[in-house]
Design a protein around this ligand. Sequence first.
Ligand code: NAP
Ligand code: MG
Length: 475
Amino acid sequence: MTQPAVVNGDLIMDGETLDVLDPSTGNLLDRTIRGTFEHIDAAVDAARAATEGWRHTPYARRSQILRRVAELLRRDREQLALLESRDTGKPLTQARADADVASRYFEFYANVMEAYFGHSPPANDDIIAYTRHVPFGVTGHIIPWNYPLQIGCRTLAPAIAVGNCAVVKPAENAPLSVIKIAQLALEAGVPPGVINVVPGLGSEAGAALAGHKGIDHLSFTGSVSVGASVAKAAADNVVPVALELGGKSPNIVFPDADLEQALPVIVKSMIQNAGQTCSAGSRLLVQEDARDAVISGLAQLLADLSIGAGPDDPDLGPLISAKQRDHVTHMVARAVDAGFTQVVGPGNVTVPDKGFFFPPTLLDDVDPAAEIACQEAFGPVVAATTFSTVDDAISLANGTDYGLIAAVWTKNLDTAHLLAEEVHAGQVYLNTYGAGGGVEHAFGGVKKSGYGREKGVEALDAFSQTKSVVLKITR
Ligand code: NAP
Ligand code: MG
C-alpha cells in the first residue's frame, strides 16, 4: 500500500508516488505519495480552517488530548520503533528510545502547557497589564530523515500545545513514522486539520511549504544550505523561521577524566544513529597527556561493535542512503589522503556488502582546519586532535562555523565551568553527553548551527507570540 498524505483527517492517495528504500539492503520498503504544491495548499487550508476551533479549545481539554497522543505513542511503541528502524536503518534499541522520547514530548507539553499561558508584569497603580501567549496560527514543519519520530514530535507537540495547527513535510528518505504520528493523533482525538502531513520531495512539497503565503511560522531541521534557502523563501512572506542545522560537536577530554565512564559515552555519541545525528560527537579534542589512553581505548571499543540491519539491533546500523554513504566515503578518503592517521576505519573493519553501511572510523592527528574537523561527515566518524592548555581547548572547540553542543570530561570544577562559559554552543555537557534526549532542556545552536530553541518550556515561547494588554484606570 502507498502511504498517504494526511490532510484534514483524510488519507490522500492521489497522484505520483515515491519509493522508500530499506537502507540495510537497498530494496524497496514502501511507497508514499509524492506531495505537490496542491497537496501542501490543501493542507495549509485545512490547518487554517482548524485554527479557531483548536486555539479556543480549553487548555485542560487540549492538554488531555496531548496526553492521549502520548499514550497511543506508548501503546504502539514496538510497532513505531520497528517502522523507524526499518525506514532509517537505526538499531532497534535506539528506535525504541526514539519512540519513548516521542511520547515524552507530548506528555511533557501536556503537563507544562497548563501553567504556561500568560503573566502580569509590574505596572503603576493606575495601569493593569497582562501578557498573553498567542499561537502563530499555521506552523510549517520540515523534518529530516535522521530522527523523524523524535523531531516530528519535538516540533509538533509544543506547536499544537500552544494552539497552532501544523503542516508537516517529512523527508523523502524516511517519511513513514511521521505519517503514522498524524494517524495516531486523529485516533487520540486531535481534531482533523490540526496535524496535516504531506510526504514528498524537498524541492517540491518542501519548497511549496517554505514559500507558502498561508503559513505563519516555519521550523526546519536539516542542512545549512537548504536551511538558508528555506529562510529566504519564508522571509519574502515575513514568516519567522527556527533553524536547526547540525554541528561539529566536540568531546573535550582532560587527563583527570574518568575514562572508564567517558569512553563508552564518547563512542555512543559518535555512532548513535550511525553518526547521522545533528549533535553527534564528531570531534575529539584530547589533552596530550591523555591521548594514548583515549585513542587506544576508543580503538578497542570501536573494533568490538556489532554491525548489521537496524531491526537485528546491532550497535551500528547502515547509513540512510547510497548518497550519504558515498559522501562519508569520500570525506574519509580525503582525510586519509591528507595524511591523518586512520586508527580504525575502512579496511580495518568489515561491513555487510549489501545496503549502505560504513565502518566506525577514528582518525587521529587531524589538522583542526581540515575538512574532516570542520564539516559534517554525518557518519560514524570521529576526528581527533590533541591540545596542551585549557586555552587551546577553548579555541579549538570554537574553531568551526558550528556551535550546537559540546562535552567536557574532567573532574576539575574550575575547568568544567570555564569551558561551559567559554565554548560557543547551545548546550554544554559536563562528564556526560546528551545527544538527542533531554526533552526538558532547551536545545538549539549558535553560529551556523542555526537559531531558535526547541525542547523545554522555551519551545512554547518559540511557537507562540506574546501579546501585551494594557488597561489605564480612569479615576
Ligand atoms: P536537507 O536536504 O537539508 O533535508 C532536510 C529536509 O529539508 C528534508 O525534509 C528535505 O526534503 C527538505 N528539503 C530539501 N530541499 C528543500 C527545499 N528546497 N525546500 C524545502 N525543503 C527542502 O538534508 P539532507 O540532504 O537530507 O542531508 C544533507 C546534510 O544535512 C547531511 O549530510 C547533514 O550534514 C545535514 N543534516 C542535518 C540534520 C540535523 O539534524 N541538523 C538532519 C539531516 C541532515 P527531502 O529529504 O525529502 O528532499
Ligand atoms: Mg528510508
